[in-house]
Design a protein around this ligand. Sequence first.
Ligand code: DP6
Length: 360
Amino acid sequence: MTEKDFISNSLEIANLKEGKFTWKTPSNIALVKYWGKKAQQIPENTSISFTLDACFTLTTLEFTKKKNQIGSFEVYFEGVKKDDFKPKIAIFFERIEKYCPYLSSYDFIITSRNSFPHSSGIASSASGMSALALCVMSLERSLNTKIDDDYFYKKASFLARLGSGSACRSVKGSVVVWGNNKEISESSNLYGIEFPYTIHQNFKNYHDTILLVDEGEKQVSSTVGHQLMYNHPFAQQRFKQAEENIVKIKEILQNGDLKAFANLVESEALTLHAMMMTSNPYFILMKPNTLKIINKIWEFRKETNLNLCFTLDAGANVHLLYPENEKEQVNNFVVTQLIKYCQNNHYICDRIGFGAKLKN
Ligand code: DP6
């Protein structure tokens, strides 16, 4: 599909005066990372993620037919009016208006909450923007009932991408690919797709435990972070490597090679941070406790020969990834040896899940 396929036209808006939709959407953690983008939120390289069902955003979009020319929206987060959330949402609405012209006929109230603490350092833009995009698509579908599920989810992911790149991987599916890689059929720069091949049993019910090493707001926003890849001395090599890693992980997810999985995923996480350390301005987002945890994981893996591995996002927190049949030993390891490195002993346990749900 091309960008033009997502422009809606001739919608019958007169009949719908008011209403509301609620979506619950998950966060996700990238295995091969998106870091670097072009105009219009087009990624420089393909990325792939696991969907984290326990870290979700629940968003309601209430709409009423506009009374005067100037449209408005209000945002409430966890019961409190949040004007500081408005600029990002205003940009989102501006970017999607071309594809959703009916939006200009309504006023909106957006009410949202997260299942995880907002200040925990867990990126909420993926779950937040995907929830909002799905609410918009529910409105579109009630205006145009001919829309089928395939178009509904593709366009929701397309719109979510315009809010936040990684959000397009939080719309549908437990393993999602975003970016055009010729080895992944149907993959696109415009929206995320469910990994289109059979995933090995070893990855069934895979776990992600997030160790909250640093609960503060992010030191580098992702918008600033992506800009660091402009004129980065290693950018082209990195984008090429990411595409190669996509091809490798495509095989790994099908053949269930957990050792190769750990190797690839950890290398991707360290490469992301290496990109930040070698950009200008440069950043070190890991904290001393991040490194302590990483070293503990490597020791643990050597001693036990289990498959626990880590990944990182653009911050100090550590995601522990491990298969279902290792969960007892890993939980024991977390409680006895790793929690002490978390700020306020906080961590979040999660199971890789299936994605967004419409709530009534
Ligand atoms: C390190 O999706 O937050 O988590 O498109 O500017 O909103 P914007 O960026 P965002 O970037 C995520 C970066 C990452 C890697 C990833 O999720 O692939």
